[in-house]
Each structure stands twice: as C-alpha cells, then as structure tokens.
Design a protein around this ligand. Structure first.
Ligand code: SAM
Length: 168
C-alpha cells in the first residue's frame, strides 16, 4: 500500500513473476479505507518515519486494525537522535525509544538491527520485529463472562521460533 499512485505503478512493474499474487492498493495508512482483514505478517519499509508525529498516532491506530494476536510486524525505519533543525518543519526520522514508546502497549518488541552513521546519510536506521499481544480488553471481557479466553498469545510454535531467533 502507498498513497502515491506513482509508487504503486513502480512496484507493479517490479513484480513480473506469474507465481506471485500481489494486491496493490493506493491508500493512506493514516486513514485506511480499503482493507478490512487482519494479517499474519506486516511489513513497513520506510513509511512510518516519513510521517509527522500526529500522523504516526493515526498510523498506529490503523496498524492495530490490521494485526491480530500473534501477528508479526517487521518495521524498517530511519532512527537517530534528531538535532533541532532535523525536527522542523519536518521530522526526518524516529527518535531512539520512540518505537518502544508508541508500540509497547500492544506489541512485544525486538530491535533486531541498529546502524548509526553520524557523518553520512541516513544518520542511522533500525529494524524492529514486533509481535502483537492479545487484545487485553477482550481477554478481560471473556474472563468476566466466565469463559476461557479464546485468543492465544502465540499462534504457533513456528512463529514463536522465528521471533525468538530474530537477530541471531
Ligand atoms: C521512503 S518511501 C519507501 C517506499 C517503499 N516502501 C520502498 O521500499 O521503496 C516512503 C513511502 O511512503 C509513502 N507514504 C507516505 N505517507 C504515507 C501514507 N500516509 N500512507 C501511505 N503511504 C505513505 C510515500 O508515498 C513513499 O512512497
């Protein structure tokens, strides 16, 4: 998904194998309209860091709509300690700790790659592998109703294995 038609057209040109079934969507990740389902695996390569702080809140809200308990989310983003002129008028990257602050309530987080390049461009990037935890309010509702929670934190031993071995 990308809100730029040109980016989607470019991506379409790159997928030239008949074996791949890909659905391309022109859409805004801060205002999802066309996707209703949830996914086992989500990937963001360089979009969250393009957004300004208010839109990062909206983005998280939308990511939560796409993730079920046990979904994995691989996030690649620019990340470094911003100098004041890198914040205005546009924030150029995520600050160290920002992903944890925004996502930790909902995801188990592993920072699997960190690179810094103080004198070059980009000045740094990081890769996170996150796993969506159970929807706590739903678990609570089910406990109150005296039923066993249907949701499991980890969908399968295979996914658990991927998560535990990330970064090794
Ligand atoms: C740095 S580029 C990365 C593009 C692509 N992921 C890649 O790997 O080549 C950031 C992309 O995010 C898109 N983008 C920015 N804000 C967006 C939003 N709110 N919803 C969807 N896409 C957005 C831009 O159009 C741009 O194509």
């Amino acid at each position: 998904m990308d809100f730029a038609t040109s980016a989607i057209e470019k991506a379409k040109r790159r997928v030239n194998s008949p074996k791949l079934r890909v659905q391309f969507i022109v859409g805004d990740l801060t205002n999802l309209q066309k996707v209703e389902s949830t996914f086992d695996f989500l990937v963001d390569y360089g979009t969250l860091d393009d957004l300004q702080p208010k839109d990062r809140d909206l983005y998280l809200h939308n990511v939560l709509r796409l993730a079920h308990s046990g979904s994995l989310f691989l996030l690649w983003c620019f990340e470094w300690s911003l100098r004041w002129w890198e914040r205005f008028p546009f924030s150029l990257a995520l600050e160290p700790g920002e992903v944890e602050r925004r996502f930790r309530q909902y995801f188990r987080i592993e920072r699997i790659v960190v690179r810094t390049n103080p004198s070059g461009w980009p000045r740094g990037f990081a890769v996170y592998l996150m796993m969506r935890g159970p929807n706590k309010s739903k678990v609570k509702e089910e406990a109150i109703a005296g039923r066993e929670a249907q949701e499991r934190v980890y969908p399968s031993p295979e996914v658990q294995h991927i998560f535990e071995n990330a970064g090794n």
